[in-house]
Design a binder for this molecule. Structure first.
Ligand code: 5GP
Length: 187
């Protein structure tokens, strides 16, 4: 059995990290994605237990109080957290566990598990990010503005990551992330 590892992928909202990560999960047999809990409302088409575990604030806070999360953070007014049991069990089973989480949570993971590998996905430019974020049409104009403000703060912390990757071409970004996971898990 290969050794299990933890990979944490962050990057500004709209950068395409969800698309990149789901391709990696489809293409790498021993890679698994952690499903986060959130207090955000489901977007159209999102399924409870598949995209997220959708919780109300009281349930979320109860899990925080019972140490149910590896990390958690507030992002653009909602709470998001990584259930601890799944991550622990899958690493023990020799899987390459991927978290797709924002920056504050990623840095908490690095503190608790210094062996975790942190990957930051950057947009080709902030203008391009703004175009992608408004183009996908899942957020109101006000929420897009809020996410762009958060993105600027997140970009300032990218140097704290182990690996930087620019999402210019989707295929190239997927290949680069797969190559990184393969190399790090072979060590
Ligand atoms: P969205 O609302 O677009 O699904 O996610 C907003 C942000 O929360 C994204 O940057 C996403 O990566 C991050 N996120 C999702 N799940 C978690 C989590 O479990 N913990 C943390 N810290 N961030 C998360």
């Amino acid at each position: 059995m290969s050794r299990g590892n933890l990979f944490v992928v962050s990057g500004p909202s709209g950068v395409g990290k969800g698309t990149i990560v789901s391709r990696v999960i489809d293409e790498m047999p021993d890679a698994v994605l952690s499903i986060s809990a959130t207090t955000r409302s489901p977007r159209e088409g999102e399924v409870n237990g598949v995209d997220y575990l959708f919780l109300d604030r009281a349930d979320f806070e109860d899990r925080v109080a019972h140490d149910g999360f590896l990390e958690w953070a507030e992002y653009a007014g909602n709470l998001y957290g990584t259930p601890l049991d799944f991550v622990r069990d899958e690493i023990a089973a020799g899987k390459q566990v991927i978290l797709e989480i924002e920056v504050q949570g990623a840095l908490q993971v690095k503190e608790k598990m210094p062996e975790a590998k942190l990957v930051f996905i950057e947009p080709p430019s902030m203008d391009e990010l703004a175009r992608r974020l408004s183009g996908r049409g899942t957020e109101s104009a006000e929420q897009v503005e809020r996410r762009l403000e958060v993105a600027k703060v997140e970009m300032n912390r990218k140097e704290e990551y182990d690996k930087l990757l620019v999402n210019d071409s989707l295929d190239a970004a997927v290949a680069e992330l797969e190559g990184y996971i393969a190399a790090e898990s072979a060590e």
